[in-house]
Design a protein around this ligand. Structure first.
Ligand code: AGP
Length: 616
């Protein structure tokens, strides 16, 4: 959570930093601030609320200077307020931070005993004081002082720091929270992720945990530079990478919201995730990135998938595919639950950690635990070089491009694509699938972008259904088999952006409780394409109708029986059964989007949420 940006160059820093923060606002948006060095001293401006409030504050009090740092916050320690917003200033130092300083309480007492006075309730301010104390105790420069301060803290951080005495220097560091350096033309930048820097450069360095960097802006005699060391001061080299995302990928491109744009980008995201990975001739998947040799695959006794939120729903489908196509026992677990018990992992387990951001705390912790107990870890992530793929033995990136809307859409269908690839790969290497079966499954997958385009053509019809849900306070989503995780995902999408209470349920469980809820006021969304579970799903629809429930159905074109029962029907193309979840989710994403948008909600930044959840 929280986004940070730093700029050291020749241009006016504040607008560049605010623009970078705008692209990081998905990480947190309850307050924001900047600190700019104008050559004489540091000025800060902070504001409660979304970034536009900071923009307004800066319009009233513009800050001049070509060196600065900025932050957009998702509150952990201390409520959202201007005082708790970053940057935090202590003596000569201004500092922004993403993460949690775990020993902040003890350090606060120690600093208070030394005479420090605090202006906020945050853990971050403690770190600013530690850097300032190191300077006053004789550290030779800011770089030195930051390293001293970091040796006193425990927890997770990405930080960027300025000192009044060094008008050309930003010191930044990472441990457990991401930080990327950007090498622009006559300028250096740092930021929480690629998208914050893309409009300046595509040449980047991904810092590793424990790295501290001194960024220096250009002077009349020298170009900009970056020096990276460990906290102890040993020099380290990190490779420079050329990023192939373009700046426009992180723009709305004519859509009202990023979420709507991202729903429409799904055909491209899926096609990109498939590109170069399929061997149709042999009905197989090119497995080199997955990092599992055929021998290792044959020795796998169990697959264990860990994830949170939408990625967890994708994982439930992954289980279905891996068990049915590869014949391997598969367990799916919420990262947050795994932390609550001593799960047993073996060295013949394959643990798949699924995460759009690649940073989610609970998923990362689960992957670390599994690795330390001997399991092989495969990451499925969208963000290049993020923490989870870094620690994994192999990684399969979804190539969905930047997903800015907090509600995940295109990353979900890209994750499903990746999981299906893994299932086919495991099935082929283990001999559970022959080449013909593999080819047919992969051909079905290749046809998905076309089917989704067909569904997107009906977006206006989904919008008209959404009108009937705007006043609903409760909505039930039902599905069986492959449709059950989609019911869960449809409910999650609706609740997170429309704030209506929505519940996803296994349709077979309806008679075990939720049927008591059904009356004429309860909309029930039933995911019922013509598949193996169709007859039973139809039975559930009849039960809902018998109790006057209002049915919105997702059904396969030509389904006359459903036609007579449902109040509204979104017709689905007659697609192969194994790819249906990649299709059925699309109308549910649109439904959630249009309900929330009709309610006037901030669809891309729903209340209380952040896209990247780096806290436990
Ligand atoms: C999705 O719409 C949510 N905002 C959320 O559930 C998300 O999927 C979850 O936090 C996991 O994130 P990750 O995929 O980045 O690990």
């Amino acid at each position: 959570m929280c986004g940070i940006v730093g700029y050291a160059g020749r241009q006016s820093a504040a607008p560049i930093i605010v623009d970078g923060l705008r692209r990081l606002e998905y990480r947190g948006y309850d307050s924001a601030g900047v600190a700019i060095h104008d050559g004489r001293g540091i000025e800060t401006v902070r504001a409660l609320g979304k970034l536009r409030a900071l923009g307004d504050a800066l319009a009233k009090r513009p800050l001049e200077g070509a060196l600065g740092i900025g932050h957009t916050r998702w509150a952990t320690h201390g409520r959202p307020s201007e005082e708790n917003a970053h940057p935090h200033v202590a003596g000569k130092v201004a500092l922004v931070h993403n993460g949690i300083i775990e020993n902040h309480a003890a350090l606060r007492r120690e600093l208070a005993a030394d005479g420090a006075r605090f202006g906020s309730e945050t853990d971050t301010e403690i770190l600013a004081h530690l850097v300032d104390r190191a300077l006053s105790r004789g550290a030779v420069n800011l770089f030195d002082a930051v390293r001293v301060a970091l040796s006193e803290v425990t927890g997770a951080y990405a930080i960027a720091v300025l000192s009044v005495d060094e008008p050309n220097t930003i010191v930044a560091a990472r441990h457990g929270s991401p930080l990327v350096l950007g090498y622009g033309e006559n300028e250096m930048l740092c930021g929480s992720d690629i998208s914050a820097l893309l409009s300046h450069t595509r040449d980047m360095v991904f810092l590793e945990d424990g790295d501290v960097v001194e960024l220096r802006g250009p002077t009349s005699s020298e170009g900009p530079s970056a020096r990276i060391t460990t906290i102890a001061g040993a020099a380290v080299e990190r490779p420079r990478k050329r990023i192939d995302w373009s700046p426009t990928m992180a723009e709305r491109g004519g859509f009202k919201h990023f979420m709507l744009k991202e729903i429409h980008e799904q055909p491209d995201a899926i096609a990109a995730t498939l590109r170069g990975r399929i061997d149709l001739e042999n009905g197989d998947v090119h497995g080199s990135e997955i990092g599992l040799s055929p021998e290792v695959v044959r020795g796998i006794r169990r697959v264990y998938i860990v994830a949170c939120g939408t990625s967890f729903h994708a994982s439930l489908l992954g289980r279905y595919w891996i068990e049915s196509l590869a014949g391997v026992q598969t367990v799916v677990e919420l990262g947050s639950e795994l932390a609550n018990r001593k799960a047993v992992f073996c060295d013949d387990d394959l643990v798949i950690a699924v995460s759009q951001s690649g940073e989610t705390f609970d998923t990362l912790a689960a992957a670390k635990a599994a690795k330390s107990r001997g399991a092989r870890v495969l990451a499925i992530a969208n963000v290049l070089d993020s923490a989870i793929p870094r620690l994994a033995h192999g990684e399969l990136y979804t190539r969905a491009g930047p997903e800015i809307g907090v509600a995940s859409t295109k990353c979900f269908t890209a994750q499903l694509t990746a999981l299906l690839l893994v299932a086919v790969y495991l099935g082929r290497q283990r001999g559970a699938l022959d080449a013909t079966q593999g080819a047919s499954l992969l051909e079905g997958l290749c046809a998905v972008p076309g089917f989704i385009n067909e569904l997107l053509g009906d977006a206006d019809y989904v919008r008209s259904i959404a009108t009937s849900l705007v006043d609903a306070t409760d909505v039930l989503f039902l599905g069986r088999g492959l449709n059950y995780p989609i019911a869960l995902e449809g409910a999650l999408k609706l609740k997170e952006i429309s704030y209506a209470h929505a519940e996803g349920y296994a349709a077979g469980e309806m008679k075990h409780g939720p049927i008591a809820l059904i009356d004429s006021s309860l909309p029930v969304v039933v995911v019922a394409p013509r598949d193996a579970s169709y007859d039973k799903a139809l039975g559930n629809v009849q039960e809902v109708r018998a109790r006057e429930g209002r049915v919105i159905a997702l059904a396969t074109k030509g389904d006359e029986a459903m036609h007579d029962l449902a109040e509204h029907i979104v017709w689905l193309p007659d697609a192969p059964e194994h790819v249906l979840p990649l299709l059925t989710v699309v109308p549910l994403q649109l439904l959630a989007y249009y309900v929330a948008s009709r309610k006037g909600h901030d669809v891309d930044q729903p209340r209380n949420l952040a896209k990247t959840v780096t806290v436990e």
